[in-house]
Structure formats: structure tokens, C-alpha cells
Write a new protein. Structure first.
Lengths: 82, 337
């Protein structure tokens, strides 16, 4: 990253519990009320550093709407504003 | 006078844009030890030792040691009374005291002139080849020929060669030291088209916002790029008159993007010269829009003075259609308006 610049909407690690099908059931201990939408984005698959993300737009039990994704490469979960 | 020449090895100068960057870094490092440097070609720097000895123990060796330390990279250094002789001395890593300069030059082959004459390399090579065919193998032989004969046979380039061979050269013309004013933005792999225009907007904004500009105008710019497919590219852009207008800078630089040979991994913008402060320039009229812009600029300066240079940020779109949200926009310091 160029010094002094700051990216917007940078992914932040988040703790997500998922069921056996990979669907999120809770985020940071808050239950998932509904999965509103999900989609997969892949890019740079032709490079040594491919990007692959399974996104979920969630409605949580505390009323928040949240977008999280699971990295297909690292298998870790992140939340992201967009 | 004793002139020091500092050379970056050719192996480090393969890429022309990187060579320019590396030379600029070398010049700045030498300026930090107090040297008034001259450099007209990539990979080389000249400065006078006179006046510096007092700072470094009274001897030339002290100055040269300081220069070598300051360079931070492997360099070859030579010393001689003129820049031409100093260049030849640097290639041999030797010090030529003034009394020995004539003998040093006389022993050099005429091929030493190639690259040092104000001629394209091919023409310089042709001139040297002609000299050789006529039996002029060394600078000593050339220097012994009367000037009128050299002028008759070789014209002005021959006379220039003769002056160099005789150790006659005008004094150094050191540049005025100035602060580094350059910005770079790395781009998602293979950026092109609209993404590049956004990146250029970002660079212009960052350059104008840089604290070291201190309100001064710009006289010229160098736009450079690291290409995704390897290699680099750069172009120098004069501005006609000093300006610090983001709109003007964008207007002159945007068309340059069309000449890029391929997708870009990083874009760079460097100020080539700084002019008077914005407030020193005369304006014919001040319209309402300009008045509001000035009040806004004043407000920005006040906030920045109170809260620090990084307190005001502008959102700059990079690739608003990207499927990865973090690639869509960046925050950058707000420029002075």
C-alpha cells in the first residue's frame, strides 16, 4: 500500500459459526436470523495469489444487517462494509 | 578546481525509468553532505570538492569517503580538474591531481569521447571512427592538432572534442537543491482505462497536498508507470507557466495516459521544478466561484493547522465497479485548493 493512502471497505476478521452446509449461524455470538443473499466472487485465479470469496448478506437477531465472507483460499471469515 | 564524479554502475541502470529514479536518489543523498551537484545523464553526478574539504577534515579523501557513505549503493568515484576527465577517472576509480591531468587525458583513447560529446551516440561514434582512420588514436594526439585544422576537418563537434581533450571545460552548473516531491500509487493488477484516470486524479491530489510543497507552484512533472508485463515508462510534461491547479495538471496529464504501452501496476508523479507560491501569482479576475474556492482553501488550511496534515481526507474513486469493495475507493489527504 502506498504510504499515506487508506483503503475504504477493508475486510475485518470476524468470528462466524457456520452449519454443516457452510451457512453462517452466528456472528460474534449473535444469531443469524436470515441469509438475505449470497454470492461468490473469484479473481486473479491465474496468479499465484488468487482471490476467492463466498459472501453472505445477513440479518442478525439484534436487528443489524451485515455482509460477511469466507475466504475460499484461507478459509477465514471477514466482515466487510460495501 | 577539483571535480568529483560519482557513477552508478551500468548494471543498475538497465531500466531507464528506474535509472532516473536511482540517479535522483543519489543526487539528493550527495546534496545532504553539502555537495552542489550537476547531472545531465542518468547514473552520474558531478560536484566540486572546493568548499567541502573544510567540512570533512580538510582533505579530498574525507569528502570522497562522505560521498561514498552517503550514496548508500555501490558507486565508482573519480576526481580530476574537469567533468570530462573526472568521468574518465571515475571509470578507473582514480584521483587525478591537477598537475597530472594533461598526461592523464593525453593517454586516453579517443573512444572516451563517445557519450561525452553533445552528439547522438551514433554520430559521436562515427566522429571517433573517422579520427581513428586518420591515425588519431589518443586524446593526446588530438589535442596537439591546431584548432583551425580540427575545425576544417571535423566542424563544431571536432572543436568540442578538442576542448575536452585539452582539458578545457566550462565550470559546473550545479542544480538548485529542492525537496523531493513525488507520489506513487500501486494499482490492482493490470489497471487500464478508467482506473488509470482515477489513479492520476489521486496522484495529482496527493502531490498538491504534500506538505513539502509549501504552497509553491509546479513548473513541470514526470509521469511514470511500472508496467504489469514488466518494464517501465515515463514522460516529462512541461506546464508552460507555474500552476498549482489540480484541474490544469489533470488536463495536461490525462492525454499522456493514452500513450501508455500496456496495463499498469503502479503510477508515479514527480514534480520536476517548483515555482513561486500560489499567492505570488497575478490573476486577472476573481470570480465568485474562485472566491468560494479560496474561502474553502482557507478553512482547510485552518483545520489542517489545528488538527494536523492528515486530518482532512478526500474519497477518491479508484475502480467503482470492482466486485471487491476495498478496491473501489481510497482516502487521500485533501489538497490545498
Amino acid at each position: 500500500m502506498t504510504p499515506g493512502l487508506r483503503r475504504l471497505y477493508v475486510p475485518r476478521p470476524v468470528k462466524v459459526e457456520a452449519d454443516s452446509t457452510g451457512q453462517p449461524t452466528s456472528v460474534d455470538g449473535v444469531a443469524v436470523e436470515a441469509v438475505r443473499e449470497e454470492w461468490v466472487v473469484e479473481d486473479r485465479w491465474w496468479t499465484p495469489h488468487p482471490l476467492g470469496r463466498h459472501y453472505f448478506e445477513l440479518a442478525l437477531a439484534d436487528g443489524r444487517n451485515l455482509v460477511v465472507f469466507r475466504s475460499i483460499v484461507s478459509k477465514r471469515w471477514y466482515r466487510q462494509r460495501a | 578546481m577539483e571535480v568529483a564524479c560519482v557513477l552508478i554502475p551500468d548494471s543498475a541502470l538497465a531500466d531507464p525509468v528506474e535509472a532516473g529514479e536511482q540517479t535522483e536518489r543519489l543526487l539528493r543523498r550527495l546534496e545532504r553532505i553539502g555537495a552542489a551537484v550537476e547531472s545531465e545523464r542518468a547514473g552520474e553526478a558531478f560536484f566540486s570538492l572546493d568548499g567541502l574539504r573544510g567540512l570533512y577534515g580538510g582533505e579530498s579523501a574525507g569528502v570522497l569517503a562522505a560521498a561514498r557513505r552517503a550514496a548508500e549503493i555501490e558507486v565508482r568515484i573519480g576526481v580530476a580538474p574537469t567533468r570530462f576527465a573526472a568521468h574518465a577517472a571515475a571509470q578507473r576509480e582514480t584521483i587525478v591531481p591537477p598537475p597530472a591531468a594533461a598526461d592523464f587525458l593525453a593517454a586516453l583513447p579517443v573512444s572516451t569521447l563517445v557519450g561525452r560529446l553533445e552528439l547522438p551516440p551514433r554520430e559521436a561514434g562515427s566522429l571517433v571512427e573517422t579520427m581513428r582512420r586518420l591515425g588519431i588514436e589518443t586524446l593526446g594526439t588530438l589535442g596537439a592538432i591546431p584548432a583551425d585544422l580540427v575545425a576544417d576537418r571535423f566542424g563544431p563537434p571536432g572543436l568540442e572534442a578538442l576542448r575536452l581533450a585539452r582539458g578545457e571545460q566550462e565550470p559546473l552548473r550545479p542544480r538548485h537543491p529542492h525537496e523531493e516531491l513525488a507520489e506513487e500509487v500501486e494499482l490492482p493488477e493490470g489497471a487500464a482505462g478508467g482506473q488509470l484516470e482515477h489513479a492520476l486524479r489521486l496522484l495529482v491530489a496527493r502531490l498538491l497536498a504534500a506538505p513539502q510543497r509549501k504552497g509553491r507552484t509546479l513548473l513541470g512533472l514526470r509521469l511514470g508507470a511500472v508496467l504489469s508485463g514488466g518494464g517501465s515508462w515515463s514522460v516529462d510534461q512541461g506546464l508552460g507557466r507555474p500552476t498549482a491547479s489540480a484541474r490544469t495538471l489533470r488536463a495536461v496529464l490525462m492525454p499522456r495516459l493514452e500513450t501508455l504501452p500496456g496495463p499498469v501496476a503502479a503510477l508515479r508523479l514527480r514534480a520536476l521544478g517548483l515555482g513561486p507560491q500560489v499567492g505570488d501569482q497575478l490573476e486577472l479576475s476573481v470570480r465568485g466561484e474562485e472566491h468560494r474556492r479560496r474561502r474553502l482553501a482557507e478553512a482547510i488550511r485552518e483545520v489542517r493547522a489545528a488538527q494536523g496534515a492528515g486530518s482532512l481526507l478526500t474519497i477518491v474513486p479508484l475502480d467503482s465497479a470492482s466486485r471487491f469493495p476495498e478496491r473501489r475507493a481510497m482516502l487521500t489527504p485533501s489538497p490545498d485548493r
